[in-house]
Structures are given as structure tokens and as C-alpha cells.
Design a protein. Sequence first.
Length: 240
Amino acid sequence: MADTAPPIIVTRTEPGASETAARLREKGLEAIVSPALELASRDEALPDLSEFGGLVFTSANGVRFFAEASEARDLPAWCVGPATASEALREGFSPVHQSSGNAHDLAHYIAHHWSGTRKALLHVANAAAKGDLACALETEGFDVTFAALYEARQAPSLSPDALALLKSGARTICLVHSAKGANAFLSLANGLNLSKTDFVVISPQAAASLEQVPSGGVHVARHPDEAHLMDCLDEALAGR
């Protein structure tokens, strides 16, 4: 596969980009790290944690930024997907509950597995993530507070290797992990010919803007997580 597969540009934020690239290289694929977004902490203080019956994390980055801001690890951590749950366990949270799918699936999971008496939750995420999760939980009788400990900003540029590859006109695959990442990539790649670039994306939301530009094709994972994204990549490679 390594001799014939096209290079793969990984656009997710760090440290996830390097982790994904390492997995690709273990499979014998050429991976080029070029995050379309950068994460930056925000000057926002956490509320009094004694007021909450649990923490909600919709990404591994939320876990990391909370761990930097607080030493508290004894509140139940409700996590979307295995990557977020693994990060919570690595940071020492206990207990850790894991749902599959997206934020909507997590809300459903919490509502049906909650056993505590205090239905107050703190959702820790990036500044753009406030919205549907809180609404879904509030309809189930939860009181949700949102803590935007970090934000995702467009990277200043594509990496030199990624830019050179795209300019070369060679067949390329681009991995996209979020809708915001897709929009940032298109902004950074403005003016480049993407007709030989295939996009392998984590969700229909991430695919939406990419489907509006001429490309080699847009392949959408069947489920919005890293494992299914890798399956989608394998299918895209098999059909090249």
C-alpha cells in the first residue's frame, strides 16, 4: 500500500494530528501533518465545581484544557467517544462514562444512564461548541453550564510540505475531523487546484462545504469518530 497509496494530509488540531499521523505511518502510509486550526486557551475561570454532579466532555481537547485549569478529578466524566474517554482516564478522572457518536448521542446516553441526584452538569469545550448539547440535556431536566476554556483559530498557513504537495498536482487525500476544520482548510487552500484531492471526512457537517468545491471526491465516515474515519480512509484507498 505504501508504494501506491497517495500521501495523506492530516488537518486536525494538535496533539491529535500527530497521533493520527503516527497511526497512518504504522499502516505504511505517508502522512503529512498540517493542522487547519490551532487551539488557544481562553481567560475564563471555572465555576465552583461543588455545584455540579458531573462534567461533560465532547472532545479530548476539552479534557486536556480542563486538566490544565483544575486538579479536580473526582466528578463523573461523561465523554463522547473512545478517544475522549481514553484521555479522561489518562488524566485520572473517575468514574468515566463513554457514549458513541456525536454530542446528540451523548445527551441521550447521559439522560438514560444518570443515577445521581444533582442534575447539574458542566460542559467543558471550545468556544464554538455551545448549543445543541445543552438544549438536549435541558429538555431532560438537567441544568447545564458551559465553560469555554479554549478556542479554535485558523492556522496561519498550511505546512510547507502540505502546500508543496497540493501545488504539485499529485493525487492527495486530505483527512478532515470537523466542519470548522473543513472551512479553515478551504480558506488556507484558497486558489489551489484541489481537483486531485480526495477528502475523507468525519461527518456530513464536515463534508458540506467541501462538496461545494471541485475535488477528487468527498468520502464521509459512517459514524463520527476516529475509528470509522480510518475505515472510510481504507475504503477510499481501496477504490482509488
